[in-house]
Design a protein around this ligand. Structure first.
Ligand code: TYD
Length: 408
């Protein structure tokens, strides 16, 4: 008899509802000399039968994903740059107006958010375990501590820098296995009326769009307002507000305070009610999601095989972490997608994890244009299509696979 794995938060059994088979490390873009030494981990998602936290069944060690050469740069898209400048301005205007204000960012990446805080002269600290990213922050004049955030880092920061008005984090909290330590750390590091504010991909949007490629090793948890409310409540914290964000195909910003310090908003009760109505944590809904994932694979592979049979050339656009799940789950290699262009220097000249498709600079895209471009950076669709209008003008077609497989 097989035993079900336990929920990382409450220890109750997880119910697995979708699996993508063995997957390589999503952001481990390779040199050709690495081809023989890749490591794979089964990618499967389950839901806790008690606290309804959606999470990966198996996990890859932090150090294998987030290290000196971690290639993802927040500032790689104009959409993200604008979002984080606006976020910084919102924090500065509404939460950091005092001259004693202090903001911490967990997973500061390349300083897309803290850069604006630094320019405003407000006290801040970025916490960033990936060495190259911490160096980029420092080169921008941002105060940074190169560490993983957990309770002991939080206590050290509290001692050395004092308590924070805001602990902010984007696309990072859902990556951290030991959420108990993260929430205990936040509790230890916040001022009495301080706020923990984090934004991550929203499970409800993933189900609605069947954007299954947001499932990869770094995304260990898939939050809903309901699961975050219950998770933080175990640590003397309360979810008090939520904001919907359109970045990355749909995210939610969760605003968490100490118990009793702030009143819950109508936006929060509205989202909780919508989640109940959408039944996003019921097994029947999740099994239908899994069936749509499988249909999407059949449709995408079928389209790429038809195009290849016509002798047409397909390139990928955006060597995203998301593309690793699509390519490996669908079995798409260089015979169907000849190369992928990407503006991230650390990915160019390398090969995609598991499927070994070459990654080239954006200039290679027009040299000459392919017949079709498979848009892996679909979450930046508007920006990419506007920048590449000349491709469409030259007769090139985009292949999209979220929320359906289409040719545009
Ligand atoms: P993104 O979708 O933000 O995330 P993830 O890797 O987490 O799935 O990544 C977008 C990738 O696409 C990133 O590697 C930068 C690249 N990109 C371009 O090459 N050109 C562009 O115009 C844009 C917007 C992104």
């Amino acid at each position: 008899m097989s035993t079900k794995p336990p929920c990382r938060l409450c220890g109750h059994a997880l119910e697995e509802f979708v699996s993508f088979g063995p997957q390589p490390t999503a952001n481990a873009f390779l040199e050709s000399s690495d081809f023989g030494s890749e490591s794979f981990c089964r990618l499967a998602v389950g839901i806790c039968g008690a606290c309804a936290m959606v999470q990966l069944i198996d996990e890859v060690p932090n150090e294998q994903m987030f290290h000196k050469e971690y290639p993802f740069r927040t500032s790689g898209s104009a959409g993200a740059r604008a979002h984080f400048e606006q976020t910084a301005q919102w924090l500065l205007d509404t939460k950091l107006a005092d001259d004693q204000s202090f903001v911490i960012e967990i997973g500061a990446n390349d300083g897309a958010m803290l850069g604006s805080v630094q320019k405003a002269g407000v006290r801040h600290l970025g916490i960033e375990p990936c060495g190259d990213l911490a160096d980029i922050c420092e080169s921008k004049g941002i105060q940074v501590l190169s560490a993983y955030f957990d309770e002991s880092t939080a206590r050290r920061v509290a001692e050395e820098h004092g308590l924070a008005d805001v602990i902010f984090s984007a696309n990072t909290i859902s990556h951290i296995s030991y959420l108990d330590s993260v929430f205990r750390g936040a509790e230890a590091l916040l001022k009495p009326d301080g706020l923990l504010i984090f934004e991550d991909p929203y499970w409800v949007d993933i189900v609605a769009k069947t954007s299954f490629d947001l499932i990869y090793d770094e995304h260990l948890y898939f939050f809903t307002a309901g699961s975050v409310r219950d998770a933080v409540a175990r640590y003397g914290l309360t979810l008090v507000d939520v904001q919907r964000i359109s970045l990355h195909g749909g995210e939610v910003r969760y605003i968490v305070a100490r118990e009793g310090a702030h009143q819950p908003t109508a936006a929060l009760s509205g989202l909780l009610e919508a989640e109940r109505a959408a039944r996003v944590t019921e097994l029947a809904t999740l099994e239908r999601f899994a069936a749509r994932v499988s249909e999407r694979k059949t449709a995408l592979v079928g389209l790429l095989q038809d195009v290849a049979a016509q002798g047409k050339r397909v390139a990928g656009y955006g060597a995203t972490a998301k593309s690793t799940t699509v390519l490996n789950y669908c079995g798409i290699g260089p015979e169907l997608v000849s190369f992928i262009c990407d503006n991230t220097p650390g990915k160019q000249g390398r090969f995609t994890p598991g499927t070994h498709i070459p990654v080239r600079s954006p200039e290679a895209f027009a040299d000459p244009y392919p017949d079709y471009a498979l848009l892996f950076a679909w979450n930046h669709q508007q920006e990419v299509m506007a920048n590449e209008q000349a491709f469409a003008d030259a007769g090139g077609k985009w292949i999209l696979y979220v929320p359906e497989v289409t040719v545009a």
